[in-house]
Design a protein around this ligand. Structure first.
Ligand code: MN
Length: 512
C-alpha cells in the first residue's frame, strides 16, 4: 500500500543553487605528482560508490522506484517508518547485488548481516539506515582500468554491501524552509568500496567509467549520475612517495565524473599547501562546490557520528545457497573485458579501438553486427568515423540512429562487391542518414550503381580527349595531368565509373 505524504518542512535559511553538470569544462590539468615547495607529493585515492539497484520495488518494501515521480507518491508505510512496520527483504535486490559482485570478480558471501546505522536527519524517518557493516554480501573483487596512453591497472574492490537510500531534502523550493521528498527512502543501494589504489584523477575517472560500464552491462544499475543513481564519495590523501598513507579527507556525493576529477585536483593541492604551510590535515568530510571548483569542510572528525551499528533485530542474517549464486553466474552476459579481448582477437582491433567500442553495451552490440563476417578494419573506420560523427552532429544515441546496423553493414557489402564506388558510398551514407532507407534499395532507386561497362567508359573518354586537345598536349609533357582527366570522366559519369577501370582505359587512350 502506498500513502501520499505531504511535504515535511523544517526550518532553515539557506538556498543551494542546483548543480549544473553541463557547464563548460575549465581547463583542467591532471597529474600524478604534485610539485610542492618541499618536493613531489603523491596522491592516494579510494572511491566509495553508491549505485542504485535496478528493481521494481524498494529493498524492504513494495513501493515503486520510478525516477522523476511526484514528491512523496512512492512511499509505503515501511519507508515512512510508521510504528509497527516490519521490513521484508526484496529477493530481486539480493540477486542484483550478487550479479554485480560476480561482475566485479568478487567473493560472494553466503552469509551476510543487516545492521542498523543510527543517525538523525530529517530525510531519514526511521532514525537509522539499514545497511551492512561487518558482514557484507560481497567481499573482495577487482576492476581493471585502461590507462591513458595504453596499458591497464587493476583496482582492488574491498567490498559491496546492500543498504537503504534516504529521502531527499529540497532546499530550493522555498526561501526559508526545506522540504522533504521520501520517494527515495528505502530504495536499494549497493555501496561499492574500492581500495586506495588510484594515484591520480584520471585513474579515478577511468575506474568510475569502468564500474558504470560493468553495472550497465549487467543491468544492475543504470549508472545515470545526473539522476543520482550513481553517486561517488572520494577519499583523498597525499604523501611523499614511499611514505605511509597520509590522513584522508572524504568528499561526499560528487555527482559527475568531471566533478570527481575537479574535486581531486583541488583537494590534493589544498592538502599539500596545508602540510607545507606547517599545518596538519584533519580527517573530515568535505563538500565539493562545482560553482567554485573547491571543496569545503562540512563535518570534522570531532563531531563525527558514532553510528552505534548493531544487527537489525527485525531481519535474520541473509543466507544464500551456492546454487542460487551459480544460477545467477550462469546468466551473466559477456562483460566489457571479455568483449574487448574478443574484439581484439576476432576482428584484429587495436586495444584502444576495442576499448572505445566496448565501453557502452549498445555500441559494442552495434559494432558486432556491422563487423560480423565483414572486413573489420573497414567496419571500424565507418563506425568510429562517419557514423559516430553523424550521431554527435545530430545529438543522437545509438538507439535513436536513423541508420541501423543492418543497413550500415549492407553499405560495406555494396562497396566490397564493387556495386558502388567509395565516393558514392559517402553520398549514399548521407542519403541513408536523411531517409533511414536500405542502401541496396537506394542504389536501385537512384541509379547509383558503379559503371563497370568498359564501352560506356570508353565512350566518355573518347569524347573528353577529342574536346580537350590542349590538355592532351600538356599530359604528354607532364603525366601528372592524368588526375585532371580522371576527374572529367568521373564528372561525366556522375561519379559512378569504377575508378580502376577509368585509370586503365585513360592511360591506354592517352598513351596511344
Ligand atoms: Mn553508504
Amino acid at each position: 500500500m502506498t500513502v501520499i505524504f505531504p511535504f515535511i518542512k523544517r526550518g532553515g535559511d539557506h538556498i543551494e543553487a542546483p548543480l549544473d553538470p553541463n557547464e563548460p569544462d575549465p581547463l583542467l590539468e591532471t597529474m600524478s605528482l604534485i610539485k610542492g615547495e618541499t618536493g613531489d607529493w603523491e596522491i592516494v585515492l579510494g572511491l566509495e560508490v553508491h549505485a542504485q539497484v535496478i528493481s521494481e520495488a524498494k529493498l524492504f518494501s513494495g513501493a515503486p522506484t520510478t525516477f522523476g515521480a511526484d514528491p512523496n507518491t512512492q512511499v509505503s508505510l515501511v519507508d515512512a517508518a510508521m510504528p509497527g512496520m516490519l521490513p521484508v527483504i526484496n529477493e530481486r535486490c539480493v540477486e542484483q547485488a550478487v550479479r554485480t559482485g560476480l561482475g566485479l570478480n568478487a567473493k560472494i558471501n553466503l552469509r551476510s548481516v543487516f545492521d542498523r546505522k543510527n543517525y538523525f536527519y530529517a530525510d531519514l524517518p526511521q532514525g537509522y539506515q539499514i545497511s551492512q557493516f561487518k558482514d557484507p554480501i560481497v567481499g573482495e573483487g577487482a576492476v581493471e582500468i585502461d590507462l591513458e596512453g595504453g596499458g591497464t591497472k587493476t583496482i582492488g574492490v574491498e567490498r559491496l554491501h546492500l543498504e537503504q537510500d534516504a529521502g531527499k531534502s529540497l532546499h530550493d523550493q522555498h526561501p526559508s524552509q526545506t522540504y522533504v521528498d521520501l520517494n527515495r527512502s528505502g530504495v536499494a543501494l549497493m555501496e561499492i568500496v574500492s581500495r586506495p589504489d588510484m594515484r591520480n584523477a584520471d585513474e579515478a575517472a577511468a575506474y568510475l567509467t569502468k564500474l558504470r560500464s560493468i553495472v550497465r552491462y549487467l543491468g544492475t544499475c543504470d549508472g545515470n549520475m545526473d539522476e543520482g543513481s550513481m553517486r561517488c564519495d572520494v577519499n583523498v590523501s597525499v604523501r611523499k612517495p614511499g611514505d605511509p598513507l597520509g590522513t584522508r579527507c572524504e568528499i561526499k556525493n560528487v555527482n559527475s565524473i568531471r566533478f570527481v576529477k575537479q574535486a581531486i585536483e583541488y583537494e590534493a593541492r589544498r592538502q599539500v599547501e596545508v602540510i607545507e604551510g606547517g599545518g596538519k590535515i584533519v580527517q573530515e568530510t568535505r563538500q565539493f562546490e562545482p560553482a567554485k571548483g573547491e571543496t569545503r569542510s562540512s563535518r570534522s572528525k570531532e563531531d563525527a557520528h558514532d553510528y552505534r551499528y548493531f544487527p537489525d533485530p527485525d531481519l535474520l542474517p541473509l543466507i544464500l545457497t551456492q546454487e542460487f549464486v551459480d544460477g545467477i553466474k550462469a546468466t551473466l552476459p559477456e562483460l566489457p573485458d571479455a568483449r574487448k579481448a574478443r574484439f581484439i582477437k576476432e576482428y584484429g582491433l587495436t586495444p584502444y579501438d576495442a576499448g572505445v567500442l566496448v565501453l557502452e553495451k549498445e555500441t559494442a552490440a552495434f559494432f558486432d553486427s556491422v563487423a560480423k563476417g565483414r572486413n573489420a578494419k573497414e567496419a571500424v573506420k565507418l563506425v568510429t568515423g562517419d557514423f559516430f560523427a553523424m550521431l554527435n552532429r545530430r545529438g543522437l544515441s545509438i538507439a535513436e540512429s536513423p541508420i541501423t546496423a543492418e543497413h550500415l553493414g549492407k553499405l560495406l557489402d555494396l562497396q566490397a562487391d564493387s556495386t558502388i564506388s567509395g565516393r558514392i558510398a559517402k553520398d549514399l551514407f548521407v542519403i541513408m542518414e536523411e531517409t533511414g532507407k536500405d542502401p541496396a534499395v537506394l542504389v536501385e532507386e537512384r541509379g547509383l550503381k558503379q559503371v563497370t561497362d568498359t564501352g560506356a567508359i570508353e565512350a566518355a573518354i573518347k569524347e573528353i580527349v577529342a574536346a580537350n586537345p590542349k590538355q592532351v598536349e600538356a599530359y604528354k609533357a607532364k603525366p601528372t595531368m592524368m588526375g585532371w582527366f580522371v576527374g572529367q570522366v568521373m564528372k561525366s559519369t556522375g561519379g559512378k565509373a569504377n575508378p580502376k577501370i577509368v585509370n586503365d582505359l585513360l592511360k591506354k587512350a592517352l598513351d596511344s
